[in-house]
Design a protein around this ligand. Structure first.
Ligand code: ADP
Ligand code: MG
Length: 340
């Protein structure tokens, strides 16, 4: 009875809010792409937008996963050549561009190395140098050819879209939100965040940058209508018997898990796909090269902002985020604003 009363009260409140002109709020959580996802939307079509978004995320996982039976990427990896959906082809083409731009720091052909180390699995493996050397010739985007709706891989090569799929999914959700007239909402797909418009009270959304060394957050970003994607080595890793920590982002140049002087990289830009690729790449590059890359991209269409949490205890923030940056008072990081 108490429960029924609560439900009625909630319904009355919802009706009350609607009567005052406040938009309908819908919320949805799911586990997909190996991560916990939450979506919130405000608007007359909020429920439809979330139902459609959840379906789209599941469809994308079915298409882009390399382990799922029947997925396009699995088919390509198994036979070296397959016909793929035009959207998948466009995503692969974009991934190859990111690889070229980042000088191979982001590289979807890391799959054989990801399998060798198996860091995200129940049985990770520390390979010998010989095992790594045997795979290095298979790594590099020159091994992938996308021709219309056909993709071809050189023998022994394989594709892993783990570094980009969630960011791409956030772009797809943003499109669905737009189609349903959603002007306010948040989408969190693991470390991949999309903030749609502003909060219903007209203020920007607060996006927390997780503290890579603790349970709390390192800082907050006040954001409107953009994507913020974080990559780091602090969530998916394994610790060997000798205490060495091996995290899941591979440096394609060495074949080893990246030994970054960064604990995390958060990239903020108008494309979830690009933010995802860049955050992975910048983590691999390390602070100095990452800042050089940020500078080099400032003038073009691929400009972005970033927050770097460094292993030596600093948070370095690009100047474009100065007004959005909200420090966390209790955090022990020294905050630095980079120069343009
Ligand atoms: P997460 O998936 O935890 O959000 P990332 O976006 O940084 O983190 O992607 C890491 C995943 O991408 C790895 O688990 C692996 O599947 C794949 N990957 C690892 N190293 C690279 C790399 N250098 N370039 C592209 N993808 C990578
Ligand atoms: Mg990524």
């Amino acid at each position: 009875m108490k429960k029924l009363f609560a439900v009625l009260l909630a319904a009355a409140m919802l009706w009350g809010l609607a009567a005052c002109g406040a938009p309908e709020k819908a919320e949805f959580s799911l586990f997909a792409m190996d991560t916990y996802m939450t979506l919130v939307a405000y608007g007359d079509e909020a429920s439809d937008a979330l139902t459609e978004s959840a379906r789209a995320i599941n469809d994308l996982e079915q298409r882009l996963s390399r382990t799922r039976e029947g997925s396009e990427i699995r088919a390509v990896n198994h036979s070296g050549r397959a016909a793929i959906d035009s959207e998948t082809a466009a995503l692969l083409t974009e991934a190859l561009v990111f690889s070229a731009e980042t000088d191979g720091a982001f590289d979807i052909t890391v799959a054989p190395l990801v399998d060798l180390w198996a860091i995200n699995s129940d049985s990770p493996h520390i390979p010998s140098q010989a095992e790594i050397d045997a795979l290095l010739p298979l790594i590099g985007c020159d091994h992938v050819t996308v021709d219309g709706s056909a993709v071809t891989l050189d023998v022994g090569c394989a594709i892993d879209l783990g570094g980009i799929a969630k960011g791409y999914a956030s772009d797809v959700v943003a499109e669905i939100f737009a189609e349903h007239g959603i002007k306010s909402g948040t989408v969190s797909l693991g470390g991949n965040v999309y903030v749609c418009g502003k909060r219903p009270d007209g203020k920007p959304w607060n996006v927390a940058v997780q503290d890579p060394q603790g349970d709390g957050y390192a800082c907050m970003l006040s954001l409107t209508d953009t994507f913020a994607v974080t990559s780091g080595g602090y969530q998916r890793y394994f610790t060997a018997e000798d205490g060495t920590v091996y995290q899941h982002i591979i440096d394609p140049a060495t074949g080893y898990p990246a030994r970054s002087d960064l604990l995390s990289v958060t990239v903020v830009c108008p494309s979830g796909t690009r933010a995802d690729a860049y955050s992975t790449a910048l983590y691999v590059m390390g602070e100095e090269a990452a800042i050089r890359f940020w500078e080099s991209q400032q003038a073009g269409d691929h400009a972005f902002e970033a927050v770097f949490v460094t292993a030596d205890g600093r948070i370095a923030c690009t100047p474009g985020l100065a007004d959005q940056f909200v420090p966390q008072e209790d955090a022990s990081y020294e905050v630095q604003l980079l120069n343009r």
